[in-house]
Write a protein that binds this ligand. Structure first.
Ligand code: HEM
Ligand code: SF4
Length: 558
């Protein structure tokens, strides 16, 4: 049996006393005196897919005027594998315009989120989602989050079968509480609480967030090892055999807390497709539920549970609960980690256009009218949409006969030319949201990354490195929402305008980077990169990737 845990953290008590994640959310919503919701409920709404935030750019001005902070909410959709129909796209476009800032934000976990909802707009937003057959259940909070799957149907002739697992897994790991439907959609209260008894999540849910991704080698586009649970599709003779399972990935660290660290998943073996796979996933979650740390949230992710008890123990415990042996891992390899920009065809002759969307922000700006273009594309009704874990969107499942008309729309709004002319370094870059909405941001993320890249591009040009496929990422704090620890070059915010420069991750996401220099401001970052690119250009061995070069030269130690 799991250890008895004392000193439950505050959030554990809130979850336990929440009456199936209801808390006092209904009362909080009715309270017109504040734009915020009650403190205990702030932890609970995460399980319904929301974060309470405030506009940090306006804190000072509002404080001077003795006004409350400008509270708004971020809401995130549950989209297993990141898929939307054309009609759902149109619905999202309208909802974003009516109820939020208007920006449709593609996240690093293949979903979309809306920012800037005021409290009274949450219910109408969720109602509109529901009318479009969409929901935001369990997209934040201590629970299984949006399940990722390699995005591009051209990645394998059996993409559809593998992609189907994202939905199956998401459904299996949904909470049983009907709170979401009661609170946000005004459905009848259930008469018999037994209906929502939850053998998986019980009354305290998981100790911390739980992230799953499915990948189709050889492209590690979803960064499978950064997840609590990674599934690596094993395909033999064009047939899905099952999955290698990796456990214990996670990016987050806390500055100044050496007990926290980024970790890549450990492959513990292979399970056959179908029932074995589903059982293994379920029991990996139950072991974490029973053994994860519930007193210190900073040490509560599955990665710490694996390291505390050992991967071999974890595997045996899963086997004991599932009632079968996990087999030896099957061979697999990755050779890239990227999106396939532009037009590509899959084996069924359908066409796919991957649009480059800077930091996943779908909006119309001076560079491209991507929001209007995608609405026009959706209105043709001749495609669907898939999001990538690199914050891009794929216009999908286009018949050959419709390709030209869709391409004409993309050209009209400069999407094709923008995607084509954008530099490789920019296309490979991801940054988290950070300021002004994220309460945890220490430095800028998506607002600053494009500016910094514009200064990095000339350095690469100077040393003839523009064709290098370098993976570069930025976050506003060490929580790691843009998976910085798995990048070749990462900037992790430490204070306004200051970043740790991290180097040495590999190109395919199987080696972490390490801190190279701390607390650099922009001039220092550019000076460092200039000298690093200079030596890389002259001292790299044939086709050596930048991250590998940094390791070989012992710029950081593995
Ligand atoms: C202690 C750890 C973490 C905390 C407390 C945390 C908290 C947050 C918060 C508050 C936001 C909202 C920012 C905004 O939209 O204004 C956010 C965004 C997000 N986080 Fe995290 N996060 C953590 C770690 C991670 C990690 C490790 C990942 C994935 C590798 C991740 C994935 C995301 C994604 C996909 C978003 C959406 C925004 C985007 O794509 O840029 N988070 N996180
Ligand atoms: S990495 Fe930090 S700053 Fe960026 S979104 Fe995540 S929590 Fe916020």
């Amino acid at each position: 049996m799991a250890e008895q845990q004392h000193n439950l953290s505050g959030i554990e008590k809130i979850k336990q006393a929440s009456d199936g994640l209801r808390g006092e959310i209904t009362k909080s919503l009715k309270d017109e005196i504040t734009g915020a919701i009650r403190e205990g409920d702030q932890a609970l709404i995460k399980f319904h897919g929301m974060y309470q935030q405030d506009d940090r750019d306006r804190r000072e001005e509002r404080a001077e005027k003795k006004l409350d902070r400008l509270y708004t909410f971020m809401i995130r959709l549950r989209l297993p594998g990141g898929f939307l129909t054309a009609d759902q796209w149109i619905a999202m476009h309208e909802i974003a315009g009516q109820n939020s800032t208007g920006v449709i934000k593609i996240t690093t976990r293949q979903t979309i989120q809306l920012h800037g909802l005021v409290k009274s707009h949450i219910k109408p937003t969720i109602t509109a989602f529901s009318e479009a057959l969409l929901d935001s259940i369990a997209t934040c909070g201590d629970i299984n989050r949006n399940v990722l799957c390699s995005a591009h149907p051209g990645q394998s002739p059996i993409h559809e079968e593998i992609f189907g697992y994202a939905d199956k897994i998401s459904t299996m790991l949904m909470p049983k509480t009907k709170a979401y439907y009661e609170i946000w959609l005004d459905e009848e209260k259930i008469a018999d609480k037994k209906e929502e008894e939850d053998p998986l999540y019980q009354d305290r849910y998981l100790p911390r967030k739980f992230k799953i991704a499915i990948v189709i080698p050889p492209n590690n586009d979803v960064d499978v090892f950064t997840n609590d649970l990674g599934l690596i599709a094993i395909i033999e003779n064009n047939e899905l055999k099952g999955f290698n399972i990796a456990i214990g990935g996670g990016m987050s660290t806390t500055h100044g807390n050496p007990a926290t660290y980024a970790r890549l998943g450990t492959v513990i073996g292979f399970v056959e497709k179908g029932e074995q796979t589903m059982k293994a996933i379920y029991e990996i979650a139950t072991v974490q539920r029973d053994y994860g740390n519930r007193s210190d949230r900073k040490l509560a992710r599955l990665k710490y549970t694996v390291d505390k008890y050992g991967a071999a123990w974890y595997k045996e415990e899963v086997e004991r609960r599932a009632g079968f042996k996990i087999q030896d891992a099957k061979p697999f390899s990755f050779n890239e980690r990227r999106d396939y920009y532009g037009w590509q065809q899959n084996d069924k002759a359908a066409w796919y256009y991957t649009v480059y969307v800077e930091n996943g922000r779908i909006t119309d700006d001076e560079k491209q009218a991507v929001k209007t273009a995608l609405l026009e594309v959706a209105k043709t009704g001749k495609c669907s949409f898939r999001f990538t874990a690199n914050q891009n969107v794929i216009i999908s499942d286009v018949a050959a006969a419709d390709k030209d008309s869709i391409n004409a729309i993309l050209e009209k709004f400069h999407i094709t030319s923008y995607t084509e002319k954008t530099s490789l370094i920019r296309k490979n870059a991801i940054a988290c949201v950070a300021l002004p909405t994220c309460p945890l941001a220490l430095a800028e993320g998506q607002r600053y990354m494009p500016v910094l890249i514009a200064k990095i591009e000339p350095l690469l040009d100077k040393y003839g490195l523009a064709e290098q496929d370098i993976i570069i990422r930025m976050t506003g704090c060490p929580n790691g929402c843009a998976r910085p620890a798995a990048a070749e070059i990462a900037f992790v915010g430490t204070a306004p305008g200051k970043y740790n420069l991290q180097l040495g991750g590999d190109r395919v996401g199987m080696r972490l980077n390490k801190v190279y220099k701390e607390n650099l401001d922009e001039p220092a970052i550019l000076t460092e990169l200039d000298s690093l690119f200079k030596s890389f250009a002259s001292e790299r061995t044939n086709a050596e990737a930048f991250g590998d070069f940094a390791m070989r030269k012992n710029l950081v130690t593995a």
